[in-house]
Each structure stands twice: as structure tokens, then as C-alpha cells.
Design a protein around this ligand. Structure first.
Ligand SMILES: [Cu+2]
Length: 316
């Protein structure tokens, strides 16, 4: 997917690659050197030539040498590793902030003007600071082409930063096993020009709803479910995944656990709203609490209405 030399993909590529190549070079050198020495010694000191073993008392000179040289080498590797890593921990004071939100199992990016996006869209040659938020379990955000990776820990304020240097699309994915659909937790970083970015940022028509109005209401509902990765936990064919199936829910009743009480509730618009915005208030019997995170502020009421149209259509 690289559109150009990945060496310019971010400001960290050169430092990380240099440390990697030095470590790789040292490793290859020793792999070859030690193998050759071993083979030579096996031949040179074989039994036919030296039938009597001799006791060797050791050599201080040799000891000093094989302590000193490796020490210098690992310090060289450490130095380059350190130099490549240190700037990652020093984000600039002035930079654009984007909040990266991870949940089971998708990423979402929120911009300073409240705009949301499924992929990370950034302007070229401008520093970007990602404020990392994990809503449920441990995740980790990895952009291989940028050579950046950082764990996302619930309740911890962590950041990641970089300056993208190559226009194009680069893979971005979760690299901390976070449950069943972990492998589907990937998206892209799109690096575009400053002008394109500013136009995109100020285009408020796509702020919340990006559904295609050509589609039927039920199909738009399905789009909302897909875009928010609800389908990782809910099926449409009646099969039980992490959560109950969409099929056969609408219009009936549900046994839910609310606090310590068990109640029968009607599956109507108000119930669906509560289920999405405050899932733990009423937990469907037979399912686990706290697996579904509240989507308050992430899905609009209009979108919930579209989801309901989809649920209704399933009954037909
Ligand atoms: Cu994850």
C-alpha cells in the first residue's frame, strides 16, 4: 500500500530503521563469525590430532577482550535504539490533537472540532498528537509504516505523536489481542495535503451521519450497524454471539436484569435507545454485563431510529 519510499512516511522511520539495521548487522556478523570459528576449532582440535586433553588455566587478556568488545557493541546498539526512541516520547507543544478511541472491536478518531472518522485522516508535514483512549480492554495502536506503536490502556492518559511525510494510505491496526474479533480491528491512516485536510475538516455535512440516503431506511440502519462494528457481537440470523441476535427482538418482550431485579420489558424504541446508550442499566438475561460499551455521543438518535427500521425489517 505504500505509495512512495516508506523512509519518509514519518519522522521516526530513519531513527528506528537505523537502530534496527545496526542490530541486525551486528547479529549477522556474529552469526557468521561464531559459526566459522566453531567449524575451524572442530577441525583443528579434533581427537586424532589431540588425543590427550590438556588443562587450560585461562587468560585474563582473553577475558577482558570478550567482555570489552560485546560491552561496546551493546552500548552502540543501545545508543542508536535510544536516539531513535527518545523523540517519540517528546511530543511538540504545538500540534494538532486527535483523540483515538479504541473499543471492541474498532477504532474511531475524534477531531478538535468534534468531527468523527473511522480512518485517521491527517495533513502531511504537520505534527499530530494522538490522545489514546481505550474504552473497554487493552488495545494497542500500531502504524507500521510510521514505526509507531503504543498500548491503549483503559483509564490511562497516553499519547502518541508523529509527523507524516508521505501522502497515501497506510495500515493502522490493533496489536494487542483484545478478544474474538481482534483481527478485524484495522483501518488506515490517510495522509493528505493541508488544503485537502482543511476542506475535509470544515465540511460539516459529514460530521455525524455519513449514510447514503439513496438506500432504504432499513439498509441505512444496517450501514450504521456495520460502521460502528456492532455486528461483531450481534447477528442477524438468530445465532447467539457475544450479544443477542437482532432477529426476533423487535416488538416482543425481553427478560432483563436491572440491578438485582429481573423484569419483563417491551422491546420498543425507548428500550433500544436505553440498550445502546446505557447498556448496563438493563442487561438481557443470559448475557454478560459490561461487554457492550455505552454509545452515548457516538451514535445519534436519528441513527438509532435507522437501526430500529432495520430491526423492524427483519420481522417481515
Ligand atoms: Cu484491540
Amino acid at each position: 500500500m505504500y505509495t512512495a519510499e516508506p523512509q519518509q512516511a514519518s519522522n521516526f522511520v530513519a531513527g528506528v530503521d537505523l537502530a534496527f539495521l545496526i542490530t541486525l548487522g551486528v547479529s549477522i556478523f556474529f552469526l557468521i563469525a561464531l559459526t566459522v570459528i566453531m567449524l575451524v576449532f572442530i577441525r583443528k582440535y579434533r581427537k586424532e590430532k589431540h588425543p590427550e586433553a590438556i588443562q587450560n588455566e585461562g587468560s585474563n587478556k582473553l577475558e577482558a577482550l570478550w567482555t570489552g568488545i560485546p560491552l561496546v557493541l551493546v552500548l552502540v546498539m543501545f545508543y542508536f535504539g535510544w536516539m531513535g526512541w527518545r523523540p517519540m516520547k517528546n511530543p511538540p507543544e504545538e500540534a494538532m490533537h486527535v483523540t483515538a478511541i479504541a473499543r471492541m472491536w474498532n477504532f474511531r478518531f475524534e477531531y478538535e472540532n468534534g468531527k468523527f472518522s473511522d480512518s485517521l485522516i491527517v495533513p502531511i508535514n504537520e505534527p499530530v498528537i494522538l490522545d489514546l483512549v481505550a474504552l473497554d480492554v487493552l488495545h494497542s495502536l500500531y502504524i507500521p509504516a510510521f514505526r509507531v506503536k503504543e498500548d491503549m490502556v483503559p483509564g490511562q492518559d497516553k499519547v502518541m505523536w508523529f509527523i507524516p511525510g508521505t501522502p497515501g494510505e497506510f495500515d493502522l491496526f490493533c496489536t494487542e489481542y483484545c478478544g474474538l474479533q481482534h483481527s478485524y480491528m484495522f483501518t488506515v491512516v490517510k495522509v493528505i495535503s493541508k488544503e485537502e485536510f482543511d476542506a475535509w475538516m470544515t465540511d460539516t455535512t459529514a460530521v455525524t451521519t455519513v449514510v447514503d440516503t439513496e438506500l432504504s431506511l432499513a439498509d441505512q440502519g444496517w450501514e450504521v450497524l456495520t460502521r460502528n462494528a456492532c455486528n461483531a457481537c450481534h447477528s442477524s440470523d438468530g445465532s447467539k454471539l457475544i450479544g443477542p441476535s437482532y432477529l426476533g427482538g423487535w416488538g416482543g418482550t425481553r427478560t432483563v436484569v436491572s440491578g438485582r431485579e429481573e423484569l419483563q420489558v417491551a422491546v420498543d424504541e425507548a428500550y433500544i435507545m436505553r440498550s445502546i446508550f446505557d447498556p448496563d442499566a438493563e442487561v438481557v438475561k443470559g448475557f454478560n454485563k459490561s461487554l457492550m460499551q455505552p454509545y452515548e455521543g457516538m451514535i445519534t438518535e436519528e441513527e438509532v431510529k435507522l437501526i430500529i427500521e432495520y430491526l423492524k425489517a427483519l420481522n417481515e
